[in-house]
Design a protein around this ligand. Sequence first.
Ligand code: ATP
Length: 236
Amino acid sequence: MAMLEVKDLHVHYGVIEALKGISMSVNEGQIVALIGSNGAGKTTLLQSISAIKKKTSGEVIFLGNNITSATPKKIVSEGLTQVPEGRRVFTGLSVYENLMMGAFLRKDKAAIEEDLQKVYTQFPILEQRKNQDASTLSGGEQQMLAMGRALMARPKLLLLDEPSMGLAPILVKEIFSIIQEINSTGTTVLLVEQNAKMALSIADYAYVLETGKISLQGTGSELADSPEIQKAYLGG
Ligand code: ATP
């Protein structure tokens, strides 16, 4: 059964229609990738799902519940958390305080502590830097902190917006292997990426967005082998 279902979603910025009828789904346990060039609407799609951006029409169903008009807070509490583009962390707060912000809707103290230890195991650098101001972290470390903070909400579905953006190739590899690890421990992942090659290599299923519409879809390997995709997104 689909964990997330998006049905005929239309979204506007003023008179500009950024999403022109998107229908897609994410099955439980999968890594699903959204690829496409700049301005295709990938960020808009994630933000509409998590209610950061207002929808014009269409439906979003999560775990059988219609969350089309739900607030961002309600959506997080149902188990859907987004890591925004550009690894936004709270500067002026320590790494530890940033992580705890991710758990702000939870009251299960023992489980929060358990999840904090899990995050520290997954990202040892965050434990080493736990008392430092988040602004002192490198770009890669801030991406890890943004992901760790999202995991502190104990999401069932994690939305990741361009996790590899601006990172050195070695860090890109590390981030992708962490995404696979997060997925293998039971979190479903919907991933937006410019780096189509890496995204398709870990995706169970992927959608290609072109100017607000889905132009192609298939398993990660089907799309990676498609001549159209190779030409447009994989450099020949
Ligand atoms: P990128 O990889 O550059 O983030 P994207 O695929 O995520 O691209 P979106 O950022 O979702 O694309 O943008 C989709 C369309 O909506 C683009 O035409 C963009 O110019 C437009 N758009 C995005 N944000 C706004 C905004 N705040 N106001 C007006 N138009 C916007």
